[in-house]
Design a binder for this molecule. Structure first.
Ligand code: ANZ
Ligand code: ZN
Length: 803
């Protein structure tokens, strides 16, 4: 008996698959559409740390599923690639002078070999990397399509600015007021930016969620991010002037309770309406507010600040004069950048009014407005023509009233902001735009793509808000594609999200140099049937790629309105003890070490055995060793000589039960319970000295998706000389699965005293007889009075005795 030689086996089969291109897939037209499946993993960013244990979790899950589908006759597209533009490589280049391309490509080589060591069945001929010219040429092409549709525009906007990375950040990259990458405090800076109009698609992005097979949790996160809000724009006039202040409110029914107004500090009317006497105070306040991020400003827990402008506005419903304040809890970027404040019924306004001693007027009954704002429903009071109405009726009535008098109109707002798409960085896709003195902003012609990233001397950002590309005169100075006159290239680059917005399409046709992907191939495979990855991409990546996909659909470039039909988010793998794996805690598990010590198959089966795919679960070295022992037992069974004759019935039964469970659970991505059943099967097998071919062969096939190297080796030993990857998946016979005996317990006064295997479905009377005839039970009831016998078929018999 030899030791389970996983290292040799794994190397051997990985070489075999590679040599034979076992998982190369083509668009076979003979395969009907319902048998074509596209299973996608979120591709990794090739960091210098290499693969972590979270990567193989999702990758193993999809790999098992793909291998299972292939054996069930599906044509399976299962590709892998690298999201290879991004900040870490650039930051490393700034520190060391190493070209980001060199670092990135050596990291990719490391990742690829680590991934290959896990035996995943990717079609490596389709590998892509987003930083490759052949790839980003098409990212640039898609940008041009967005530009042509008017969905890309330039704007001078205050953006989040990381003073340490010296670059602009999208709102999504700011976490609690700090830079997501480096942790520095984010400030505001006015800068020229390229912006994508994702907001145009807000409703489509919301509606599209309905038909997707995604978890409700992720859908809710996307809905909240889009943040559709229905309300009204209401016009107030500034007393004694022609100036008008438009506010956005979701509660027009509370107009009679508006006791002040607020302008955002950046509101254009601030300068105009501020009175002489308030000028100095207002200016001081504006200077302070400019330093804060939106997040800090809207933090509900934060102390409210503000300054009186000196001006008054007139409430359109009752002609009341109310003071206009300037306060940073109102954002310029939402609604109209101005609000009517109703302190009795809005908590932020309530806190502000308390602090600055502004009247609080109740207009709905309910709550205790002395201690907090009342935001619930109730009968309107102090509200003229709304008195006596509930919230919904009052809103409707007020909207009609305002619209009739042209004092307001229904309006819809979204939390979703347009996407700040430019980065003042080197290691990204150049934006294919030139700035011409005469023609302004001019896109490159599609034929002139790719616009390649030039070599630079220094990767360090200039800190002026310009990218390092701005320093390369030969590259920057160019001619205008329109008039031929002197022009300058755009020097901003695209954000890392750009490449990952459409990579799933490039896998379909990775070597096409005429199109981003041929329509035939798109039609053959799309949409993605299953997309597996971490929940950290719940909004950004998944929203951006949906947006691009919708644009591509509109221009007729793709066949579906949504890219990812089904999404599954894997849970986090935590460190031993249930805490997050982190360098500082020293509890990071390196997949390479695990593979070396236990083998790739052990790693795969262990990660799937830890628990349901979607939940977080702690690493356990004991658990891993247990799984390794299980595979070792499989190996040892496989070393027996197989018997070709018919197997005994009990072995057939456990086999068919196992095929059924593994088939159903694998199809449902419930891998842990499938593995548990295979463990039960192996225990049963060890009860006999004999191993029958008709039992063993099907088992080797069903364990193959989980432990493919081991299974291939066992299959080989069984005398087959081709990969089992396309062997038909074993079918189970329901009749053979039936348990014909079951364990029944015998109790005396509720205590279990004996157990017995009895035929399934035995009648109550017969069960009672069996119990009474049991030796141990007879001893216990001997000389006692039997008061009652309760029999539950297939489960138990309880004998109640007296003294
Ligand atoms: C008066 C009012 C009375 C409001 C009341 C609420 C309750 P959502 O649902 O998030 O869309 N608001 C409007 N524009 C704002 C801005 N730029 N910055 C900060 N707050 C703003 O919230 C809409 C409500 O948020 C609006 O309705 C407005 O306050 C405030 F009992 O108007 B409300
Ligand atoms: Zn020009």
């Amino acid at each position: 008996m030899s030791k389970y030689p996983f290292a040799d086996i794994e190397k051997k089969w990985q070489d075999y698959w590679e040599r034979n291109k076992s998982f190369h897939v083509v668009e076979d037209p003979a395969i009907p559409p319902e048998k074509r499946v596209y299973v996608l993993d979120m591709f990794p960013y090739p960091s210098s740390q290499g693969l972590h244990v979270g990567h193989p979790e999702g990758y193993t899950a999809t790999d098992i599923y793909c291998r299972y589908l292939r054996m069930n006759g599906y044509n399976v597209l299962h590709p892998m690639g690298f999201d290879s533009f991004g900040l870490p490589a650039e930051n490393y280049a700034i520190k060391t002078g190493t070209h980001p391309k060199a670092t990135t490509e050596s990291n990719i080589d490391m990742f690829r070999s680590q991934i290959k060591r896990l035996g995943f069945s990717y079609d490596w001929d389709r590998e892509i990397s987003t930083h490759k010219i052949e790839y980003y040429r098409w990212t640039q092409w898609i940008f041009l399509q967005l530009f042509k549709k008017g969905l890309a525009y330039e704007s001078q906007t205050p953006i989040n600015w990381c003073p340490s990375c010296k670059t602009g950040l999208a709102n999504e990259e700011v976490k609690e007021g700090k830079c997501e990458r480096c942790g520095a405090q984010v400030t505001r800076k006015n800068i020229r930016q390229w912006i994508l109009k994702i907001t145009t698609y807000a409703d489509q992005l919301l509606e599209g969620l309905e038909d997707l097979n995604w978890s409700e949790a992720i859908k809710t996160m996307q809905r909240n991010w889009i943040g559709r809000s229905e309300g009204a724009d209401v016009v107030f006039t500034v007393e004694g002037t022609e100036d008008e202040i438009t506010v956005y409110t979701t509660r027009p029914d509370t107009l009679f309770g508006a006791t002040y107004m607020v302008l955002a500090p950046e509101h254009p009317l601030v300068a105009k309406i501020t009175t002489e006497g308030q000028k100095a105070a207002v200016q001081a306040y504006l200077d302070e507010a400019a330093k804060k991020s939106d997040l800090e400003r809207t933090d509900l827990a934060k102390d409210k600040t503000g300054v009186f402008s000196g001006a008054y506005a007139v409430n359109p419903v009752n002609g009341e004069k109310i003071p206009v304040w300037i306060a940073d809890y109102v954002l310029i970027s939402y609604g109209s950048g101005a609000i009517m404040a109703v302190p009795a019924h809005d908590q932020r306004d309530w806190e502000f009014a308390k602090k600055f001693d502004i009247p609080i007027i109740r207009v709905l009954e309910g709550g205790d407005i002395e201690s907090e704002a009342y935001t619930g429903d109730g009968v309107h009071v102090n509200s003229g023509f709304l008195d006596g109405l509930g919230k919904e009726e009052a809103i409707a009535k007020m909207l009609d009233w305002l619209e009739e008098r042209k004092l307001g109109k229904r309006s819809i707002n979204y939390k979703l902001r347009d996407w700040i798409f430019s980065r003042q960085r080197y290691w990204g896709e150049p934006i294919p735009i030139v700035h011409c003195e005469k023609c302004g902003v001019v896109p490159l012609a599609e034929e002139d793509l790719p616009l390649t990233l030039p070599e630079v001397e220094s990767y360090a950002p200039t800190g002026t808000g310009e990218s390092p590309l701005a320093a390369i005169n030969e590259w920057v100075n160019t001619t205008c594609p329109k008039c031929g006159g002197p022009a300058k290239r755009e020097t901003n680059t695209m954000p890392q999200w750009a490449g990952s917005c459409w990579y799933y399409l490039r896998y379909l046709d990775p070597h096409n140099d005429k199109k981003f992907a041929s329509r035939d191939k798109i039609d053959y495979w799309m949409p993605v049937d299953l997309y597996v990855g971490g929940a950290e991409h719940a909004v950004l990546h998944l929203l951006y790629s949906r947006f691009w996909h919708k644009v591509l659909h509109e221009i007729g470039a793709v066949n579906t309105t949504e890219p990812f039909q089904r999404l599954v988010n894997q849970g986090m793998i935590l460190g031993e003890g249930g805490v997050k794996m982190s360098k500082s805690l020293g509890n990071v598990i390196n997949p390479d070490d695990i593979i070396k010590e236990y083998g790739a198959d052990s790693m795969r089966v262990y990660e799937m055995f830890m628990g349901p795919l979607q939940v977080s679960k702690p690493w356990s070295t004991n658990g891993l060793a247990g799984v390794h022992r299980f595979l070792d037992r499989v190996w040892r069974l496989g070393e027996r000589d197989v018997i070709d004759g018919p197997a005994p019935d009990d072995q057939k039964k456990i086999l068919h039960q196992t095929i059924r469970k593994v088939s159903q659970d694998t199809a449902a991505l419930e891998f842990n319970t499938a593995i548990a059943q295979m463990m039960i099967f192996i225990n049963e097998m060890f009860k006999s000295e004999k191993l029958y071919r008709e039992i063993w062969e099907p088992f080797v096939l069903i364990i193959a998706p989980y432990a493919p190297h081991l299974a291939e080796e066992l299959w080989d030993r069984l005398g087959h000389n081709e990969t089992l990857a396309y062997e038909p998946w074993p079918q189970w016979d329901e009749a053979l699965c039936q348990e014909n005996e079951t364990e029944v317990v015998f109790q005396v006064n509720g205590k279990v005293r004996a157990k017995c295997m009895l035929p399934v479905g035995m009648a109550k009377e017969e069960l009672e007889k069996q119990a009474m005839a049991n030796e141990r039970i007879q001893e216990l009831i001997d000389g006692k009075r039997v008061m009652k016998v309760i029999a539950v078929p297939d489960k138990l018999v309880n004998i109640v005795i007296g003294k």
